[in-house]
Ligand binder design. Sequence first.
Ligand code: AMP
Length: 253
Amino acid sequence: MGAKAGPKPASAVAPLDGTDVVRDAEKAIAIILFGSPGSGKGTQSKYLVEWLGIPQISTGDMLREHIRRGDAIGLAIADQLRAGSLVSDELVNQLVFERISEPDCSRGFILDGYPRTLAQAEEMMRLLAERGSSAGKSPRELVIHLVVDYNVIISRMSGRRVCPKCGTLYNSVSRPPKVEGICDLDGSTLAVRDDDREEVVRQRLAQYERQTRPLIEFFRATSDRLIEVDASREKPEAVFERIKSELPDLVRK
Ligand code: AMP
């Protein structure tokens, strides 16, 4: 159960079990994890999934899965992903729309890597409202902005490794595996994602600055449920503790 009761005010104590937060929320919650490539969205998403018991929706993972399967979508987008450029708004909007309509998203979901353009953000707000009108309760958006310094990102991303089997992310500096190059969970050999190569990282960051960072202004203007967390200095666990302590207030807002 949560640690809400006690001498301290509720806002000062993070509930131990986030499923309380989801259950007590008046509406379904749509958490938008916002931040540049390498800001730790994937890692924080995984913590949030475990804590809150709602699914992560990573557009990057969904797109990579199409490529892995070699289906028509995968064949059409493979070059774009390899080059670090964005795929079309129509495609990602459609993928997200279909995914959030699935039953496991009824209490809420975590969007990781979406929206990334103004057109996607506008469509997302429309989708959330529309989903509400058909399902009876429109999800309430909460934006978590992970703020990270440019140089920190470059050094972080060059040390990034992923397990090709279970998707767990590692980092040689901030989250090394127990045995170098091997996944702690299933023993697979860790890989460097194609789009984590340095020239692609620079291209992705330039694109983030151009097309995605401006969305923060959109969120500031359209939503008062926004928290900004410094994700440059602290370890991922400490960043998550910050999110845990602020999220319940955000849900109640
Ligand atoms: P990610 O794993 O979120 O960094 O995404 C990897 C790649 O997938 C990006 O560099 C883009 O090519 C593509 N991608 C992921 N999400 C989106 C999105 N919301 N809009 C357009 N392209 C995306």
